[in-house]
Write a protein of this length. Structure first.
Length: 230
């Protein structure tokens, strides 16, 4: 789970003993992202780019791709080989990731799967109420790229009668999200996001203890898009 992994601790240990650190880009994580949430193979590619850019920015010595070949399996994909292996031409050099569309995330516990006991604590899911809930949003160098257009996609359940929802990013109140079924979507104004750590807060006006149908946030995706990017 790249966005909760304490890579700084692993890097410190590696530096101490002269051991290079290659964090894992676990492609199994992104199967559900593209199949269930975005219905687009491009989302898989963007997620692989994003976690790679994030790890490079943190100082990783290299990257290790886990189970990439499995995405050709019909039980998971199937994904065409050209689509599946395309990120290999980009992620090995941070400079090749500049100006490429990416999909970052605030991850839920569910992303750890059967490795939950060996994973870091995840900040999602949470129930929304009148108190601003603070969530960590980590992005790569795209956070400081003036050419990037950012959008947030927030997946929820419940809260059929709860509206509106408010979001702050780095203490800046964002435009009110639009609701599309279980999704809340909004654009991020320029220069609000920064590379590395960001703080997202989200809340509503409901009293979670007084409703039988509370609003639960399960996932937050942050998409960086560029003109003429593939």
């Amino acid at each position: 789970m790249p966005y909760v992994l304490r890579l700084d601790e692993w890097l410190a240990l590696g530096r101490r003993y002269g051991v290079p650190v290659y964090p894992s880009v676990n492609t199994n994580t992104y199967t559900g992202w593209w199949k269930e949430h975005f219905q687009s193979v491009a989302a898989f590619q963007q997620a692989v780019r994003a976690s790679s850019a994030h790890f490079w920015q943190q100082g990783a010595d290299g990257l290790y791709l886990f189970n990439l070949f499995c995405q050709e399996d019909r039980r998971l994909g199937p994904m065409a080989a050209d689509d599946l292996y395309r990120p290999l031409n980009e992620i090995g050099d941070p400079s090749l990731l500049v100006g490429r569309d990416k999909l970052y995330a605030i991850q839920p516990t569910a992303d750890s799967g059967f490795c939950q006991q060996g994973s870091e604590a995840a900040p999602l899911p949470i129930v929304l109420d009148q108190v601003e809930r603070k969530l960590p949003l980590h992005v790569g160098p795209d956070g400081g790229d003036p050419h990037a257009r950012w959008a947030l996609h927030i997946l929820t359940t419940g809260g059929r009668d709860i509206a509106p929802v408010w979001v702050r990013l780095n203490h800046t109140l964002l435009p009110e999200p639009t609701r599309e079924g279980q999704w809340y979507r909004l654009s991020v104004p320029p220069e609000v996001l920064r590379p590395g750590s960001n703080q997202l807060t989200i809340w509503c006006q409901a009293d979670a203890t007084a409703t039988a149908d509370p609003l639960v946030v399960h996932r937050v995706f942050a998409a960086a898009e560029y003109d003429n990017a593939a």
